[in-house]
Design a protein around this ligand. Structure first.
Ligand SMILES: [Zn+2]
Length: 320
């Protein structure tokens, strides 16, 4: 256990340069963080929460990520997985649902996740089938929606050992963003509403509202923040991620007000990032204080934010 204790201490201090994909860390007794290998497999992070008689897993992952997390679960506890919480509708967080339901779990989400699936699917699923063998291997025509949904925040699961609260604070990364909070452990799982590194994806987002959602999550007392992508950290990544969105919005808004055109700030030319064709460059730069969140996704984040500001509606409400 001493090795685990050291890892738990390291998890608190980890930065993105200390990313350890595939590693499983004990955050507090009965809460494990499995860092997904995003660069190689597109996997999200998973969290395993131990209750008295069962386990809760945060995020279904892609099917291949679900299999890996299921192996981790079998290794660390004989208890069954009763619930798998889908933090949002994206494939890297939800397409593994059938793996978990076949293993006897109930998939759970805020109702907004099911509504996002109706909006965007099965088009994205069918595209994933052509690109990902693990999705194709399920031989399904559409993603499996969460079996159970809730519409009152927080939804609470509680037994004699632990209380787990599932919150919805509004539209940030998607219209369905769910947070998982363990009040006695001061642990907060954020999905992609908060990431630790250059992993932000803004296509389905409400960039202008995003910081407000994080500021609500910041009213919770947290010591450990377990993001959807990137290493575990402390509450400083809540502030950093909110600041990134504020700086992004500010930089784009300034350029719009200066009378610039989108082609001026996001010149033509594309590259492929994690299989997606995205604009290659942007002339906008953000302050060094948010550099942890700046990466090859910045040009597409600038474009999405530009469209949101110019069209005066959340980017997710613009056909895309
Ligand atoms: Zn996502």
């Amino acid at each position: 256990m001493s090795g685990f204790a050291v890892l738990a201490a390291m998890a608190f201090l980890a930065t993105r340069t200390e990313a350890q994909p595939g590693q499983v860390k004990l955050i507090v007794p009965g809460v494990w963080f499995r860092e997904g290998d995003f660069d190689r497999f597109g996997h999200c992070n998973n969290v395993i929460i131990e209750m008295k008689d069962y386990l809760i897993v945060v995020d279904a992952n892609f099917p291949s990520g679900a299999e890996l997390t299921l192996q981790t679960v079998r290794r660390i506890s004989p208890k069954p997985v009763k619930y798998v919480f889908d933090t949002h509708h994206h494939g890297d967080h939800l397409y593994g649902n059938p793996i978990w339901t076949q293993a006897g779990a109930t998939t759970l989400a805020y109702v907004g996740v099911a509504e996002e699936l109706k909006r965007y699917e099965p088009a994205r699923w069918l595209a994933a089938v052509t690109e990902r063998p693990d999705v194709a291997a399920l031989h399904l025509a559409a993603p499996e929606p969460p079996v159970q949904t809730f519409d009152k925040s927080p939804f609470v699961l509680k037994d004699s050992t632990r209380e787990v609260r599932f919150y919805f604070y509004g539209w940030a990364h998607t219209r369905g963003d769910g947070f998982v909070y363990l009040p006695s452990d001061k642990v907060l799982c954020t999905g992609d509403a908060v990431v630790n590194g250059p992993y932000n994806f803004t296509a389905d987002a409400n960039v202008g509202n995003w910081p407000k959602v994080i500021h609500q999550a910041q009213t919770l007392t947290t010591q450990f923040v377990l993001p959807g992508h990137g290493p575990s950290a402390g509450p400083e990544i809540l502030e950093g991620q909110a600041k990134f969105m504020i700086e992004l919005h500010k930089a784009v808004n300034t350029a719009v007000k200066q009378g610039k055109k989108l082609e001026d700030v996001v010149p033509p030319g594309t590259i492929k990032v994690h299989g997606d064709v995205v604009p290659a460059t942007t002339t906008l730069t953000l302050p060094a204080s948010v550099s942890n969140w700046v990466g090859p996704g910045l040009p597409s984040q600038v474009r999405d934010t530009w469209e949101e500001i110019v069209q005066k509606k959340p980017h997710g409400d613009i056909p895309h």
